[in-house]
Design a binder for this molecule. Structure first.
Ligand code: ADP
Length: 312
């Protein structure tokens, strides 16, 4: 029964959330075809050089058995990896869904207590409640990111595309970040080319991308920070770029930067808070919107993150 399930290629690919070329059962089928071809070719070559047909058949049989054993071992290991990955995604999905409701309740109760509607509270108690609120907000942000990750992994991240101005959206976000930037001793500069066309994408999701890049640029800058945001047109795309003079990213960490939960070694040293999910989410959103994302960075000098999105 299991063998039939394994041979149902589309079902297995969907279950693991993998493309055809990464799917264990498809790879097994492909290897089967290759083994058949190798057997035929080795038989034809064998009959040319070896007079005894039984020896040729034996050699072909041995080669096929070895290849089949190798194919089974490789696809089994692939399948185990795919299964582990699927279970991890399922775990993220369950945890994030289960934590959402109790966390909302917690925040609601804290806010109710702070409002004083259920009885007067002392000044000292307000301070403690503020700490509770801050922590529950952080947990809510983490759960929100985990929910998006689980949607990305199960290919359920839906984009509601519309036409909008990236310039207007960026200005809006900069305004919302003014307080945080000031508190972090950081100055934000913005420039955009004149008469930029609108882009076509999910405004809410693209907002998350910009918020994350701006939040990182401010958070990973120690001392007097300068963040420059530039928007320009580049062929059929609108190009967004954010440059900071912050701590930068060590060279050896740069290739992992868009992986989920990855945080560079230098930020761990500075004890800056974070989850390592923001850039993973940003990449998924930009790429699903038909765009591209990238960065260049030098440790100790700063980073420039960019993305480009298609004009309709
Ligand atoms: P988080 O910021 O929550 O850790 P992100 O996915 O947004 O998660 O970023 C992943 C990692 O990339 C960060 O932990 C940090 O090491 C590095 N990083 C991102 N943006 C910057 C930046 N502007 N300057 C320096 N390092 C950065």
């Amino acid at each position: 029964m299991k063998i039939f399930e394994q041979l149902n290629v589309p079902k297995q690919c969907k279950r693991y959330g993998l493309s055809l070329w990464q799917c264990p059962s498809f790879l097994f089928l492909l290897m089967g075809i290759i083994i058949c071809l190798v057997s035929i070719v080795s038989y034809l070559i064998g009959t040319r050089y070896i007079a005894e047909p039984r020896i040729v058949a034996l050699i072909v049989l041995i080669i096929s058995m070895i290849l089949l054993a190798l194919a089974t071992i490789i696809t089994n290991s692939f399948e185990r990896l795919a299964e582990a990955n699927r279970m991890k995604s399922e775990f993220i999905s369950i945890v994030s869904h289960q934590l959402r409701a109790p966390l909302s309740n917690l925040t609601w109760v804290i806010e109710l207590l702070m409002s004083g509607r259920v009885g007067k509270i002392e000044e000292e108690q307000v301070e403690y409640l503020k700490i509770l609120k801050e922590n529950s907000d952080r947990m809510k942000d983490l759960v929100k990111d985990l929910l998006i990750v689980s949607r990305i992994e199960s290919a359920r991240l839906s984009l509601r595309k519309e036409e909008f101005s990236l310039e207007e959206l960026t200005k809006e976000i900069i305004k919302e970040f003014e307080h945080f930037a000031k508190a972090s001793n950081c100055q934000i500069e913005f420039s955009a080319e004149k008469n930029l066309p609108k882009i076509f994408g999910d405004r809410y999701q693209i907002r998350q991308v910009i918020e994350n890049l701006l939040d990182n640029a401010i958070r990973y800058t120690k001392g007097r920070g300068k963040v420059k945001i530039r928007i320009k047109k580049e062929k059929k795309f609108i190009h967004f770029e954010i440059e900071d003079n912050g701590i930068g990213i060590p060279k050896e960490d740069q290739k992992f930067i868009f992986q989920k939960f990855f945080r560079a070694s230098n930020v761990l040293k500075y004890k800056t808070q974070g989850t390592g999910l923001g850039l993973y989410i940003a990449k998924a959103i930009v790429e699903r919107s038909g765009g591209k994302i990238g960065f260049k960075s030098q440790e100790g000098a700063g980073s420039t993150f960019w993305f480009k999105l298609p004009i309709k």
